[in-house]
Design a protein around this ligand. Structure first.
Ligand SMILES: [Zn+2]
Ligand SMILES: [Zn+2]
Length: 306
């Protein structure tokens, strides 16, 4: 009898939440890497599924192995495939350790892998695309951890100048007057691994249109386990969903021991039908495939109508 073939490696979760794709793999304790291709960012790189290589930035939430182990490979493959030097943005407290890890790889491989490590602290931002900023928000986990928000900075004409003509505006500008102010629009927020805390109630989390959130525990009796590991429980998520205005909430970091159907049931029960439709599970491949098929039927209908 022939031996069995090895199991296929994990499929990549995929959601199209216009105008952004949210894709990657996130299984608690195994691996987490969640990418928004349009915004050039992947949150974490636990392992490095191939699409993640295309993100010029890794926004590292914390350094548990299942969130960071793919980082040296990410740097190395980007160099090998001539994709430009990758950048890892991380908590200032761990930047030195990551730098040392990359230093060890130089010695092991006897060659230098180009890499960029950018320390960041609570409240700081870096511009990752024109007018698109990655903002760090201190999180609460068992190790130094960050949540992130991706915020668009949009220049708007100041109210008092709105009635002026183009010519008058140009004159004002020439005279050195600052005629615009900057609106900050949170596009996406990502909790990373965290327990409940004030950082999840900041304007970035309240106002982002997409929130990517961990939720590791769903059973009624598992609140204690959640707080021990400093993770979110479905009941925390129910409180947060009331406050977050997001059209889409993407649940990641679910555990392999919790069946998807059970998670869905709990979401319906604890969060309630009014809000459950806003919640997507990154790793619910069956449901997400159905959703995408409906989206493609809708887009064909639109094309035919046009
Ligand atoms: Zn984790
Ligand atoms: Zn963790």
């Amino acid at each position: 009898m022939l031996p069995r073939r090895p199991p296929r490696s994990g499929s990549i979760g995929f959601l199209y939440l216009p105008p952004y794709r949210v894709q990657g793999i996130s299984i608690a304790g195994e691996q987490t890497a969640v990418q928004i291709p349009e915004l050039d960012v992947s949150f974490d790189v636990g392992l490095c599924p191939r699409p993640i290589l295309a993100s010029p930035y890794i926004a590292l939430t914390h350094a548990h192995m299942d969130h960071i182990a793919g980082l040296p490979y990410y740097f190395s493959q980007r160099a090998f495939q001539k994709m430009g030097v990758g950048t890892c943005v991380c908590h200032e407290k761990i930047a030195g350790h990551i730098q040392s890890m990359m230093g060890s790889w130089v010695e092991l491989e006897e060659q230098h892998t180009p890499h960029k490590i950018v320390p960041i602290s609570d409240g700081q931002s870096i511009e990752i695309k024109p007018n698109i900023h990655l903002k760090a928000i201190e999180a609460k986990h068992t190790v130094p951890a960050l949540s992130y928000a991706i915020v668009e900075h949009r220049n708007k004409l100041k109210e008092q100048y709105k009635s002026l003509s183009q010519l008058q505006l140009r004159e004002l500008k020439k005279s050195g007057e600052d005629i615009t102010h900057t609106l900050q629009i949170p596009l996406v927020a990502c909790t990373g691994d965290t327990e409940m805390g004030d950082h999840l109630f900041t304007p970035e989390f309240r106002n982002a249109n997409i929130v990517i959130t961990e939720c590791t525990f769903f059973e009624d009796g598992h609140r204690g386990r959640a707080s021990l590991g400093k993770h979110l429980h479905i009941e925390d998520l129910a409180d947060l969903i009331n406050v977050w205005g997001a059209e889409h909430v993407v649940v990641t970091h679910t555990s392999r021991r919790t069946p998807t159907d059970y998670i869905r049931e709990k979401i319906d029960k604890v969060i309630g039908c009014d809000d459950a439709h806003r919640v997507h599970l990154l790793m619910d491949h069956r449901e997400n495939r159905k959703r995408y098929e409906n989206q493609s039927i809708d887009s064909q209908d639109c094309n035919e109508d046009a």
